[in-house]
Design a protein around this ligand. Sequence first.
Ligand SMILES: [Zn+2]
Length: 571
Amino acid sequence: MSNSHESGHLHGAGAHDFELPPIPGAIDIFDTTLRDGSQQEGLSLTVDDKLRVAEQLDHLGVAFVEGGWPGANPKDAEFFARARSELHLSTATLVAFGSTRRAGVRAEDDEVLRHLVEAGTDAVCIVAKASEAHVVDALRTTLDEAIAMARDSVSFLRQNGLRVFFDAEHFFDGFQANPDFTRRVLDAAVTAGAETLVLCDTNGGTLPHDVERIVAQIVADNDCQVGVHFHNDSGCAVANSIAAVRVGATHVQGCVNGYGERAGNADLSATIPSLTLKLNVRTIPPDRLERITPVSHHIAELVNIAPNPQQPYVGSAAFAHKAGLHTSAIARRSDAYEHVAPDSVGNGTRFVVSEMAGRSTLAFKAKELGLELDSKAVGEVLDTLKVLEHKGYHFEVADASLELLLRRATGWEQDFFEVESYRVISDHNNRDNTEATVKVLVGDSRQVATAEGNGPVNALDSALREAVGEHFSGLSGIHLTDYRVRVLDTGRGTGAVTRVLIDSTDGDVVWTTIGVSENIIEASWQALFDSIVYGLLRSEHQVAKTASTEEQEEQEAMAGEALRRTAREEK
Ligand SMILES: [Zn+2]
């Protein structure tokens, strides 16, 4: 599918001693998260997880999803068996992975090839050694046999009606050491009917200038599609993929979020937007690029690996602005500190509030939340923030505590419940046990609740829920998901200040609250208290929202107008 741009030769020969082919107009994205990506340490997927990941990739619109290696393990065999009836892909083609026949075995007698045919996909990808050193040292066979293995395996799969992608393993290293042998392997695959020659940088050590030079030669020498597969051991997997496309590769393999063993595979979450937005190469259906951030996060959740906030394009910090100078500049020109429009990739600009932030950041944050804060109030909040951050609070990460702080600045006070006292007793006996008692007033009714827990936070959480739970039905859907303690001012040993961060969720969103104190129980209580109050506030708003979505939309439109007004005033 490689139609070229009219302006193909724009980047011409220049500093090169060879002619560069035109930049392709479109390429195929081949995701290997379920095969190569799952080699990552700590990444393990059930068959159900694999089906869900494949659905997400199809929703994103990649051309190919490599599902696994049916001959190598029963889980992947089960995946392909279930995929036939349970997986309904609309954009992507499912691909089974395997290797060439073994040395000295006929293709029709080879077990791996048989499993590939039995996987029941329309397309397969087989890996072959394309480096002399690996044939001699690892395979311990002759170069001629290695070439016959490539040829016979492709022929056999073609005879079984399959589309064949040919992964040339250790291609770049092999090509630099013995280009003649590596070319003979590629020729054998093409002659036997391979659809795509995939040049693999298996050790991930190749740099972009070598990629550009070598891929250009292979593209010039072959009529068939040329693809690439990069590992990130030199930190260049995305750059190498882009370099390869610039010289005519039209099939790019990689993994969403750059999963993979060692330093990972090429991160498709960066490769796809860079090729699409900067080189104007069609990668996935154009109207789906904005799905890339949600899909990246959804897949991170399925593989149970916390997303990296600093990941380009899709990270939660990818468009987060902290310094006051940046945020006021962004108010004037959105592209001042953003290399692409965040919503083009489904991400958003975020203003991070900290003591370093100026007035404008805080004003934006308030507008974002739909709060009316005049400039005097903004100044007061800023002063409060500075004092609290000096004590060890860190509001950048505690979005919910920050929101409560801003709401209080508007004169709001939570009236869900009033705390009279709390107490924690920790016993050391046969069963380490902690007991907490919480006394609160909910309206006119005084509630005293005692609960046990495996630690003070757990016991306090249970007691507080017990005390106020019957008055607020929304509370049952809220639970804590993470509790982190950091000791500040470590020079003071056990007398040091403790910062506690608590993550909570209502199943819809996650929020973070903070507490700081020399007393770890007090710090935990502050974070816990904010967490519950914020959760109740959210559940109250949810009810109001479903009651009147129209009103909500109107408010949002007004907030947007207010934001634009502030931006004008700042000029
Ligand atoms: Zn690989």
